[in-house]
Write a protein that binds this ligand. Structure first.
Ligand code: 13P
Ligand code: SF4
Length: 354
């Protein structure tokens, strides 16, 4: 007869000792994490700074933002919140375009990030000089860029949009007869084109996280959870979008989880979103959409490597030394130009919700 794992461990003092040590380490690290959390929280509260966090960052940072009068939001709401808060210092827990957007909208504020190394594959995939050449090659097009771009790319644009507003903006431009140059996300661009019927030329870049969601493995998961709805961020490939019960920005996906009747959801976006989504639907089961095939390797495994750089320990360091290397700075000449399409987006949003 084969011994159970517990029986086996009971007879092996070396294994038992090892497990006890590992458990003690784990308890210590949980306890020290709780201590670190409390320390960061009190430093943040006494600093006068406000934490603006994206749904994809470490849940501890999301919790901290909520508990200290900051915000956890999608990229549009992060921009809106940063611009309207009275705090003179913002800490943006997200990726560099989010910090830059906050600085452009509020040049008088000091904007910091736990690290300025946190970039985005869409931003990297759209260098400003090549983008400028692309614009020059399409002079009769209205230039619409996704917020996930550098200040220099925004400075060349007529409109900036986020995923929560892209379809509405392009729809209006299409009604006005505009031809659209879209950059950089080709999947989101294709989705917007398909939703609006607009005449669009697309830049060719993708998000390393969302591009990895695959239909083939999704079907196997759907067979296992036939009652589950499918929530898809529009940076995902078209085959995923076509099968979705809801497509939208991070905040729109959270709202869809609340409003749709399904008891469970397969969620095709960064797994950081599970923290807030599960809070909103504690009774529903949330399942990660598969990336790159069962047993296959993936680059990101549904978690953005740059969002993951926003760690509690880095925030602790920032709140201690306010290192100038963590302060977001944008060339004022570029910022002035980028502000115009950013303000157009915010004004469009105001008119939309009025
Ligand atoms: P949202 O605007 O939906 O928050 O998306 C930002 C992002 O980077 C998605 O990958
Ligand atoms: Fe960029 Fe994708 Fe990361 Fe969003 S999830 S910040 S689009 S790399």
């Amino acid at each position: 007869m084969t011994a159970t794992a517990d029986e086996y461990i009971a007879t092996r003092s070396d294994v038992r000792d090892y497990l006890e040590r590992a458990l003690a380490d784990q308890t210590t690290s949980e306890a020290s994490e709780a201590l670190l959390y409390d320390r960061v929280k009190s430093k943040l509260e006494s600093s006068g700074a406000v934490l603006v966090a994206h749904y994809y960052v470490d849940p501890l940072l999301q919790q901290l933002a909520e508990e200290t009068g900051g915000v956890v939001a999608d990229s549009l709401e992060m921009a809106r919140f940063g611009a309207r808060t009275e705090a003179k210092r913002l800490i943006v827990a997200g990726v560099s375009f989010m910090g830059e957007t906050a600085k452009i909208l509020s040049p008088e504020k000091q904007v910091y990030m736990p690290t300025l190394d946190a970039t985005c594959s869409l931003d990297l995939g759209c260098p400003d000089t090549a983008f400028s050449d692309f614009c020059d090659a399409h002079p009769d097009h209205t230039v619409v860029v996704y917020a996930n771009t550098s200040a220099a790319v925004k400075a060349r644009a007529d409109w900036v949009v986020t995923s929560s507003i892209a379809v509405d903006v392009v729809d209006q431009l299409d009604r006005e007869g505009a031809r659209i140059l879209w950059a950089p996300d080709k999947y989101l661009g294709r989705y917007v084109q398909q939703q609006t019927g607009a005449d669009m030329v697309l830049w060719d870049a993708a998000c390393v996280v969302h591009e990895e969601f695959r239909m083939h493995d999704l079907q196997a998961l759907q067979a296992q959870y036939p009652e589950a709805g499918l929530l898809v961020h529009p940076e995902s490939p078209a085959e995923m979008i076509e099968c979705a019960d809801a497509v939208g920005s991070t905040s729109q996906l959270i709202e869809a989880a609340v409003s749709l009747p399904h008891p469970a959801f397969i969620v095709a976006t960064d797994k950081g979103i599970f923290y807030k989504m599960q809070q909103r639907v504690p009774e529903k089961q949330l399942i990660e959409a598969p990336t790159r095939g069962a047993g296959g390797s993936c680059q990101s495994c549904a978690h953005c490597p740059w969002m993951a750089m926003n760690r509690l320990s880095r925030l602790d360091q920032l709140l201690t030394d306010w290192d100038a290397r963590c302060e977001v700075r944008v060339d004022p000449a570029l910022a002035d130009k980028a502000l115009i399409p950013l303000n157009r987006m915010l004004e469009f949003n105001r008119a939309r919700v009025r």
